[in-house]
Design a protein around this ligand. Sequence first.
Ligand code: 4AD
Length: 477
Amino acid sequence: MKSYSVKELLSSNLSLQEVTVKGWVKTFRSNRFIALNDGSTLNNIQCVLDFENFDEILLKQVSTGAALEVSGTLVESQGRGQSVEIQVKELKVLGTSDPDTYPIQPKKHSLEFLREKAHLRVRTNTFAAVMRVRSTLSFAIHKYFQDNGFYNVHTPIITGSDAEGAGEMFRVSTLDQKNPPLTEEGEIDFKQDFFGKETNLTVSGQLEAETFAMALGKVYTFGPTFRAENSNTSRHLAEFWMIEPEVAFNDLDANMDLAEDFIKNVINYILENCDEDLQFLEKRLLDEEKTKPQAERSDMALIEKLKFVAENNFKRVSYTEAIDILKNCKPNKKKKFQYIIEEWGADLQSEHERYLVEKHFNCPVILFDYPADIKAFYMRLNEDGKTVRAMDILFPGIGEIVGGSQREERLDVLKEKVAALGIDEKELWWYLDLRKFGTATHSGFGLGFERLVLFATGMGNIRDVIPFPRTPQNAEF
Ligand code: 4AD
């Protein structure tokens, strides 16, 4: 008998054919109806059996979570809720599941509880739907770039440079931690370490991607990045995935156009390819929102929100304009913000970003031309000498989802910046070389993949959109 996935069976017209399917029991009702799921789709296949034809001991083993192989005839379903079902002729229990200790019972579990069972939570409908959407988004991202003439670059995970200059890096070392070799000055002697220098896990593949853009033209990285920032929020992870395109000859406007087109394209892709899961996640979100006070509920349902972003222009606003709006807005004047905006130059916090997106403009916003002092060293200095060609994209419910810029391509200006920040030029010699040999305007950005998945699935906490989250004090699994 031919083996099929549940998805194939549910979407087939194989009626009256003999089929085999393998999966896990979701529920077993009345000693007669098994709802079987194999992860290929949100929906279960109903397997109907006549208990008199099966051994009692075998049927006792059919409990939630058990792995089964079921064979029988695929027929039109008599019951409601499914078009086809299997009339079971043969049943094999491939792996039992102790009903008394199996944590994923057919009832609602809190997301917090499931985080402690991260190895099993993908067996729930919610996590399976989120992870399928995540996988499809990942594919859509590669497809977008490959269809548009970009080359994928695998930038290194272990690096000797701090691209963002924030110093929030995880050290990579094989030195004896209890008794490291010391220099004459009493400092740790990294010359004796594995790489002969201090190395860390990368915070961004950008600097290396730039070297490739200056040869291959249009490139992108899509890899894990690591930040040892002690941010215990629903938007931060210590290990997250970032997509970083880098394009030679693009200025900031072209960079904004690319980012907007890219995001709209991948959202359209999941709208076209993940309908079932998105509808389920939309319903989940609506149920969750019912428990919140009216004022905190979102005005749009999930799919409507995704379509809104895919169909409408993002609002482009300079940092200076944004500061004017924020300085004069009600929550700032009434001191409702935790951080009051007093003057130009202030770093925007997520409360400010969300005010702009959710209250003022009511659409995704691209902020550009930030003060040089609050941005990374590699961003191109504007003629005014105080702002840089930076851009951040802010999303409703999320805040910053993209950070990018036009890069400083002028060697002398870049060197001055590096010196002013006290960065050792020798550490960046290869990066500076790009400005000596065929330098050109170029731009890129980084999109936090999990923040995109958060937005796409309507989940509220970034820990619930990555298989095994790494956050401060948490690296189980
Ligand atoms: O704004 P960031 O720090 O930009 C860069 O790293 C640049 N080198 C990118 C580039 O121009 N190639 O980070 C980019 C994005 C943020 O907008 C956010 O979406 C995400 O990465 N991000 C995080 N996501 C989850 N957890 C964290 N701790 C994050 N930090 C940044």
